[in-house]
Design a protein around this ligand. Structure first.
Ligand SMILES: C[S@@+](CC[C@H](N)C(=O)[O-])C[C@H]1O[C@@H](n2cnc3c(N)ncnc32)[C@H](O)[C@@H]1O
Length: 262
């Protein structure tokens, strides 16, 4: 069955609207900043940086410590938005690199921090972990921020949007992430931290987000499937919440902190 459009096109098409469609949470960044308090000079990359909403937050919080931070993504359109937004913010534009997360054009042991937000499920995980292990210096950190499959299933989309959970098979569970990490001898999982965010929205906004494909998952529906699912989503929300202007749920994410050991 054909889907709305090819998945590889998703980030190219959504780039201009991406940031206005997604919710950006500051809490994981303040947590990361705290973890990095003893590091005085940060040499970093944000892989799958997209429009740079989290790179920008890192930059704002760690400005004095950051020697450089590369925004790396395989979508030129997302990187175009990244550069625009940094320029609008009036801050020095960090370097951007158009590259695959599985083949990073960075030297061995050249960074002490690698970040990836909401992107790891798009990567070939083991290849990505091998690349980060190659590029990190001893003692360097890899921060992986993502939502797990089970967290996705408890979101407003997982609970009320038909087929959302069964279509989204790319996300990992925590034990799957841990199994892959265990296969890379030099990477140690130091900590995991779960985040919960109380959300409130309305039917109109949620419907707009889905129609705009704010999650790439929606590109995995055929047009007719999507139309049916959206109508059912409306009915499900009305039945469950009553008031279409008072839709509440909890979003969950996980942060994994890995360290390279010599
Ligand atoms: C859901 S977006 C997240 C963007 C950003 N980190 C954020 O949280 O807003 C996923 C990003 O990963 C990028 N991406 C997907 N697969 C990739 C790959 N194999 N190599 C590099 N970037 C990739 C996409 O182009 C997109 O910008």
């Amino acid at each position: 069955m054909s889907t709305h459009y090819k998945h590889s096109d998703h980030f190219r098409k959504i780039a201009p609207a991406y940031q206005s469609l997604r919710i950006t949470d500051e809490e994981p960044i303040t947590y990361i900043v705290h973890q990095l308090k003893s590091l005085t000079a940060i040499k970093a990359a944000d892989i799958g940086c997209g429009t740079g909403r989290y790179t920008q937050l890192l930059f704002r919080h760690l400005r004095d410590k950051i020697r450089f931070i590369y925004g790396i993504d395989y979508s030129g359109k997302m990187l175009g938005q990244f550069n625009r937004r940094f320029a609008e913010d009036g801050i020095r534009v960090p370097g951007t690199i158009k590259a695959s997360a599985m083949c990073l054009p960075l030297s061995d042991e050249s960074l002490n921090c690698i970040f990836t937000f909401n992107a790891v499920h798009h990567f070939a995980l083991l290849e990505f972990l091998h690349e980060t292990a190659r590029i990190l210096q001893d003692g360097g950190y890899l921060f992986v921020y993502t939502r797990l499959r089970n967290q996705n299933s408890r979101s407003v989309w997982g609970r009320f949007f038909p087929l959302f959970t069964s279509k989204e098979t790319r996300l990992y569970e925590e034990d799957e992430l841990k199994e892959s990490i265990a296969k890379i001898p030099s990477l140690r999982l130091q900590k995991t931290r779960t985040f919960e965010f109380n959300r409130k929205s309305n039917l109109e906004r949620l419907s707009y987000q889905a129609k705009s494909h704010h999650y790439s998952t929606f590109g995995l529906y055929s047009l007719s499937e999507f139309k049916r699912a959206l109508n059912q989503f409306h009915d499900n929300l009305r039945d469950y919440f009553g008031d279409p202007n008072n839709i509440r749920w909890v979003d969950e994410n996980i942060l994994l902190i890995l360290q390279k050991e010599g």
